[in-house]
Design a protein around this ligand. Structure first.
Ligand SMILES: C[S@@+](CC[C@H](N)C(=O)[O-])C[C@H]1O[C@@H](n2cnc3c(N)ncnc32)[C@H](O)[C@@H]1O
Length: 186
């Protein structure tokens, strides 16, 4: 059975993150990925969840409260500033980016190539060996194509001796279907 794109992204992280690790949701939105990470890492772990939008912070906190999650710090800041929020020697067990805009909200607030790349670059320096950054790329909206192209350009240039980069997509879907990129630190 083939998994849907988001489910596949979660499967990749589930297979590589361990209990007790510190992990990152770089775009927490409605909090679904944050909740997923919170369950994997357990009480001894820590999720750092970022979003720039107030509504996303409210929605994520509400979802976490509903599920009584106490292992998450929700941070209203750009993921480009992630390392203002973690110590220099902090190891990161894994991270997820869900790109685009917050569903049912302001479609002009979108993730952008420059800050997305800056966040990925920072996380890679702190990612554990064999750890994954998983990126769900939505690119059908205005601005999505530019972000997709800058991401692909950067990720194809990563040294294959240091990182393995995978692209996972359905090739017979219409209307700019989302796809998954996964970067593993070797
Ligand atoms: C597709 S939504 C995320 C969905 C979310 N992962 C979930 O499970 O509901 C993308 C989110 O990225 C946020 N965003 C845009 N630019 C950002 C940035 N520079 N740093 C952090 N979040 C950002 C948007 O506000 C939006 O909530």
């Amino acid at each position: 059975m083939l998994s849907g794109i988001l489910h596949y992204a979660h499967e990749l992280l589930e297979g590589s993150i361990n209990k007790g690790e510190t992990v990152i949701d770089a775009t927490c939105g409605n909090g679904n990925d944050t909740l997923f990470l919170s369950k994997i890492i357990g009480d001894s772990g820590h999720v750092l969840a970022f979003d720039i939008q107030n509504q996303a912070i409210i929605n994520t906190k509400q979802l976490l409260d509903d599920h009584k999650c106490t292992n998450v710090t929700v941070i209203q800041d750009s993921h480009a500033n992630i390392f203002n929020h973690v110590s220099a020697n902090q190891e990161i067990g894994g991270a997820i980016f869900n790109l685009g805009y917050l569903p049912n909200s302001d479609k002009s607030v979108i993730t952008k190539g420059e800050s997305t790349l800056s966040a990925i670059h920072s996380i890679l320096r702190h990612l554990k060996k064999n750890g994954l950054i998983v990126i769900v790329v939505y690119h059908g909206h205005q601005g999505g194509k530019q972000e997709k192209e800058s991401l692909l350009e950067y990720l194809t240039s990563l040294n294959q001796k240091e990182f393995s980069v995978l692209k996972h997509e359905f090739i017979n879907q219409k209307n700019n279907p989302p796809f998954v990129l996964a970067i593993q630190k070797r």
